[in-house]
Design a binder for this molecule. Structure first.
Ligand SMILES: Cc1ncc(COP(=O)(O)O)c(C=O)c1O
Length: 365
């Protein structure tokens, strides 16, 4: 019998998650209960942040972060164009303008020199993305501090990553996470979290996601319902216990790939920043002729992905944006044309990892 196709993702579900879901369901406490409080606190502690607030997903976490920093109409927010679209659309949704900048050549995360060049008197915040699980450079925070501009760490792909011994999610003014099913850690549905190290933002964040409420029938400030359910928080607490093991396994697989592909001159392998624990949400190659590479991999029963084929500034939603044309961010555009992601999720078997390696090595461009 032919082996199954090696997938890009595979769900982790265990008895403890099932028990948690059943126990919480039976408790009748479905929202705003002990699980949300515990999950927020445990997630913040894990990442080394002062406070954590679970929320509905990583996209609204970004909106909540911008709102808490008073970003709105007339403001500019600097963001890399090479990211998932939510990193940019959150800015537009609060009425501000995204200013798209380049990424670092080797690491694909936001370039601090490009940030500095893009700062204007209207710059109200910077959103940096720990893309693929690679921690962004500490130079980002240094530049931001020099100009007195807050940093939001979009950590949707960074669970468990660290730089110089400090975890992703504890560097900036606010950090946002996604627990979408394919992420390094999940909650049994959509989910997200907002972390902060700033005392003055803790209350703002937690009330914003709960209708600005100070009491059941009293709404002091503008807010809405971005809460996460108790069942999902309970599942997240179980998944958190596995995260370190999963990140270790992702590193093991990524190291096997990088070693196996080190002699291949027609493929560019990803680099790890010095001092970093890469979270390896994605293992991304640059392959030149991507279409040919993907059809070769598919013919060998290996799934691949593209993260992402269209940079944000070239998405139709930004066709009216002053930067919304080809040639604006040449490096980003070139990267988006030939990147391809191969499976790196922790539930891959050693045999599947070997099949991926064999297939990549067998590719002749
Ligand atoms: C970098 C980045 N930011 C934000 C998000 C949005 O998260 P969610 O899908 O949970 O809304 C994602 C999810 O794919 C992401 O990868």
């Amino acid at each position: 019998m032919a082996p199954d196709k090696v997938p890009m993702g595979r769900m982790f579900i265990d008895d403890e998650m099932m028990d948690a879901a059943q126990r919480i369901l039976a408790s009748g406490y479905w929202i705003k209960g002990p699980e949300s409080k515990a999950f927020g606190a445990e997630w913040a502690e894990y990442c080394g942040a002062l406070s954590g607030t679970p929320c509905s997903n990583g996209s609204v976490a970004l909106i909540a972060a911008l709102h808490s920093l008073d970003v709105g109409h007339g403001d500019e927010v600097i963001v890399p164009s090479h990211t998932y679209i939510a990193s940019a659309t959150c800015i537009t949704l609060v009425g501000a303008t995204p200013i798209f900048v380049e990424i670092e050549e080797e690491y694909y995360t936001i370039d601090s020199a490009a940030i500095e060049a893009a700062i204007t008197p209207l710059t109200k915040a910077i959103i940096g993305v720990h893309l693929y699980g690679q921690p962004m450079s500490t130079d980002v925070y240094t530049v931001a501090k020099k100009h007195g501009i807050p940093v939001i760490e979009d950590s949707a792909q960074g669970h468990g990553g660290a730089l110089n011994g400090q975890r992703i999610g504890s560097f900036g003014d606010i950090a946002t996470f996604s627990f979408f099913p394919s992420k390094n850690m999940a909650v049994g549905g959509d989910g997200g979290a907002i972390l902060t190290n700033r005392e003055d933002l803790i209350q703002r964040v937690s009330t914003f996601i709960d209708h600005g409420r100070s009491d059941k029938y009293r709404n002091d400030v503008l807010g809405t319902n971005f809460r996460l359910s108790e069942i999902q928080c309970g599942i997240g607490r179980v998944q958190l216990k596995h995260l370190d093991g999963w990140v270790d396994r992702r590193n093991e697989i990524a190291n096997r790939y990088s070693e196996a592909f080190s002699e291949l001159t027609h493929i560019k392998t990803p680099k790890v920043r010095e001092g970093a624990t890469h979270a390896w949400h994605q293992y991304v190659l640059r392959v030149g002729d991507r279409e040919a590479f993907q059809s070769h991999m598919s013919s060998m029963d290996i799934s691949t992905g593209i993260h992402y084929p269209i940079p944000c500034h070239l998405q139709p939603v930004y066709s009216e944006h002053p930067q919304g044309k080809r040639g604006t961010l040449e490096y980003t555009e070139a990267v988006c044309d030939d990147i391809v992601s191969i499976p790196v999720m922790p539930l891959l078997t050693d045999e599947e990892v070997q099949r991926v390696i064999d297939a990549v090595i067998a590719w002749v461009p």
